[in-house]
Design a protein around this ligand. Structure first.
Ligand SMILES: Nc1ncnc2c1ncn2[C@@H]1O[C@H](COP(=O)(O)OP(=O)(O)O)[C@@H](O)[C@H]1O
Ligand SMILES: [Mg+2]
Length: 278
């Protein structure tokens, strides 16, 4: 076990809150590293003994499976419409680490009668919470109602950006909108593809200044990830876990203080009321 993994362990022991935790990974702009970060969070947590489920909710560019080279035959929509069991749609990466493709599951769900939506979500909640310690949502880029629902309901809303000015502007816009449309104040900012930690900190400061001035959002800079040329080769080889990248991720995970998150109301309860409330 690496030092970083031990650090995560220690923080956990001190923690108080129990139960399944929900992490949402979102960005304003595409291509900033949400999918690789979601997978790396999953890998990091499962390596420390936690059971982790990734829900790939990025419909357009659903690429968790592409990075892993495993294609699921059925998705969340099949589960919601009775064409597949939870086991059928769960793809095991290893014994503690699995993923589900959402397909157009969440979007299709709102077409069903309310009572049925509530029942299906409750069933999904039971299955997720019986089997996993962490559920990580990889969301599509940009500001969609479904993304706002998922991100604002999560225990850990993680916003990813790169130092590129367009990505920074879009990250701020996303934070502003989620903050305006929900009561969420605490965001976790990850700056990816940086040259140095200093560059990451500068990006964080620029967003923090805007957020402080124009929103009630609190931004926690949980860390930066260096640009690594070797990563693309790993992704092409469908073995996306790069050692240097993972070291940055372990650092981020321990900065997130995962065990001591103040729980608002339940993730699924919040999703249901957002889906039904529109
Ligand atoms: N730290 C990094 N260093 C080098 N390349 C990266 C890094 N993070 C992401 N990438 C590359 O950027 C591309 C987009 O990453 P991805 O995780 O698919 O982003 P998103 O899900 O936000 O669209 C991928 O080709 C990936 O290889
Ligand atoms: Mg993606």
């Amino acid at each position: 076990m690496s030092l970083n993994q031990q650090a995560i362990h220690l923080k956990r022991k001190e923690g108080t809150a129990g139960g399944t935790k929900y992490i949402a990974v979102a960005s304003g702009k595409g291509g900033v590293g949400k999918t690789i970060l979601s997978l790396s969070f999953g890998k990091g947590l499962s390596d420390t003994g936690k059971k982790v489920l990734i829900i790939d909710a990025d419909l357009g560019l659903s690429n968790v499976h592409l990075m892993l080279g495993i294609t699921p035959r059925k998705n969340l929509a099949h589960f919601f419409f009775g064409d597949a069991t939870f086991d059928d749609i769960t793809v095991k990466i290893n014994e503690r680490f699995a993923f589900i493709s959402s397909g157009n599951g969440i979007y299709e769900l709102v077409k069903l009668p309310k009572e049925q939506i509530v029942n299906l979500i409750r069933r999904l909640q039971e299955l997720a919470e019986e089997n996993y310690d962490y559920v990580i949502f990889d969301t599509p880029p940009g500001i969609h109602e479904d993304t706002v629902a998922v991100v604002s309901s999560a225990d850990f809303p993680v916003i990813v950006t790169t130092p590129e000015p367009t990505a920074v502007a879009d990250a701020y816009a996303l934070i502003k909108i989620i903050n305006r449309e929900s009561e969420v104040k605490d965001f976790f900012l990850v700056v990816n593809k940086v040259e140095s930690d200093k560059e990451g900190r500068k990006v964080y400061e620029s967003i923090r200044l805007l957020a402080e001035r124009y929103t009630s959002a609190q931004l926690n800079h949980v860390g930066s990830i260096k640009y690594r040329k070797t990563l693309i080769r790993k992704i092409i080889e469908q073995d996306p876990f790069d050692k240097g990248f993972m070291d940055d991720v372990y650092n981020i995970l321990s900065n997130m203080n995962l065990e001591v998150a103040p729980r608002r109301r339940s993730f699924w309860e919040s999703i249901v009321s957002r889906l039904l409330g529109r």
